[in-house]
Design a binder for this molecule. Structure first.
Ligand SMILES: [Ca+2]
Ligand SMILES: [Ca+2]
Length: 165
């Protein structure tokens, strides 16, 4: 049983680490085409009202990384809604109408230290919404983290997923 406790502790440790600063960087803008007031973000933001930018984003510039945007707080955990994903290096774009002036939470996907490193991220709901489970290496059991709504694979390694232990 202690093994599972250690594994759970490791999982939580990794999740805690990836929520802080990373080398994924995005800038959100109030106006079209990167104009207007803006915020630079390099970590998970559960509610953009914390930094005075809730429901105002109209365009974004990705400096680098894989970024997920959500209509509601906490990555749509409590209330499913619109979501969007963008990834790459140094590009800007306007948000689609479904997300324009509606983005309330944002987070990145993959390794905190490099978005092209090997990682597997499994999300509870479709379109990368709600809770997530992150793995960077073999993982014998996901335990209660039995999500399967959507997933993102980064890096160059192949992964095999099993239904049973
Ligand atoms: Ca706006
Ligand atoms: Ca919103």
């Amino acid at each position: 049983m202690w093994i599972w406790s250690v594994k759970l502790a490791l999982i939580l440790c990794v999740i805690a680490l990836v929520k802080s600063q990373s080398n994924h960087i995005i800038e959100l803008y109030d106006g079209n085409s990167g104009f207007g007031s803006s915020v630079l973000i390099d970590g998970y933001v559960e509610n953009l009202s914390e930094i005075g930018f809730n429901d105002v984003t109209t365009s974004l510039c990705i400096v680098q990384g894989i970024w997920l945007l959500y209509e509601n707080a906490n990555f749509n955990i409590n209330a499913p809604g619109a979501s969007g994903f963008n990834w790459g290096i140094n590009f800007c774009q306007d948000l689609p109408p479904l997300l324009n002036n509606r983005v309330t939470s944002v987070r990145y996907a993959g390794s905190a230290w490099g978005f092209q490193e090997d990682a597997l991220i499994i999300y509870e709901n479709d379109w990368f919404q709600s809770r997530e489970m992150y793995a960077a290496a073999d993982f014998p059991s996901l335990g209660r983290f039995s999500y399967g709504g959507s997933l993102i694979v980064t890096g160059q390694s192949a992964w095999t997923l099993y239904v049973y232990l």
